[in-house]
Design a protein around this ligand. Structure first.
Ligand SMILES: [Zn+2]
Length: 297
């Protein structure tokens, strides 16, 4: 069940639209709460922040250059990135299938051709990030690549009974190269078994920047020993990644809207934000620890 579905259920319950069903048991609770850098979060507030409204999930955010050859082409709350190269484009996250046309329009608004997408990558096997993979492949012929630990979950995502395309199965540390750009796939499991954080170097105005496309690090309501082990490894691994430009699969994870508002010709690029590279990880790790503590009571 996707995060969006939980939001819909929580909202419906709040307004008394539907009765109590078994799936309520898995809706994100409003405890525990953690305060990180003056902001207080609960599992429910984090999910609400990530997803916004139905309209936020499906309305294009103004497409824009992030840095170097990296562009944002997603919606207000679901990230999709286009990486351009002389040999074609790499798209990271198709999001919902119903968003694929919107993403294609955002690419065209940048003056680029959606049909030139050669590789389709993803951060994790949830519908709000990768449901549109089959449609993107049918529109562009792109090769779809996925971390092996996420393959079983991706194979369950079959909108309109279309099989989920997977052309190349990746392992931790594998690289994907196209037209002089190389991305590294880092297994950062916990949120899903194959949650993938992507890194690459972007050249901008003669300087190289380390860019991190973070996976979601949000723990499920119930942290099993296996998931605890995954997150313990993940929180260690990500903090060792070189990072100048933190990005995420939900824009709120890196304060995209506020940074976008600060974009000015000639001014420093607000997306270069090394000091806040692990801000989102700090929030999620604090929540993860608070959840573990609550579970052990
Ligand atoms: Zn997710």
């Amino acid at each position: 069940m996707s995060a969006a579905r939980w939001i819909a259920v929580a909202t419906a319950l709040a307004f008394g639209v539907i009765g109590v069903r078994p799936l309520l048991a898995q809706a994100p609770p409003d405890t525990p709460s953690v305060t990180v850098r003056g902001q207080t979060y609960t599992p429910r507030s984090i999910l609400a922040r990530n997803m916004g409204t139905d309209e936020d999930q499906t309305t294009a955010f103004p497409p824009h250059k992030v840095i170097g050859n990296i562009y944002y082409v997603g919606t207000r709350t679901l990230s999709s990135y286009l990486i351009t190269t002389p040999a074609g484009h790499i798209l990271v996250n198709s999001t919902y299938e119903r968003n694929v046309k919107t993403i294609a329009q955002s690419v065209e608004r940048l003056g680029l051709a959606f049909a030139d997408v050669r590789f389709l990558l993803g951060t994790h096997a949830h519908g709000d990030h990768q449901e549109g993979d089959a449609l993107v492949k049918s529109m562009t012929g792109a090769q779809v690549m996925a971390m092996q630990e996420d393959v079983p979950a991706l194979q369950m995502i079959t909108p309109g009974a279309k099989a989920h395309p997977i052309d190349r199965v990746l392992r931790d540390g594998d690289t994907v190269s196209l037209g002089g750009t190389t991305l590294v796939a880092h297994l950062t499991a916990g949120h899903t078994r194959g949650c993938t954080t992507w890194t690459m170097k972007a050249m901008d105005a003669g300087r190289a920047y380390d860019v991190v496309f973070a996976c979601s690090y949000r723990a499920p309501a119930q942290v099993t020993p296996a998931i605890e082990a995954e997150f313990t490894r993940t929180f260690k691994i990500i903090r060792a990644l070189p990072c100048d430009v933190p990005l995420g699969d939900h824009p709120a994870q890196y304060n995209m809207a506020a940074k976008y508002a600060r974009l000015q010709p000639g001014a420093p690029n607000p997306f270069v934000d090394a000091a806040n590279c692990w801000g989102e990880a700090d929030v999620q790790e604090a929540m993860f620890n608070a959840q573990l503590q609550a579970q052990r009571k």
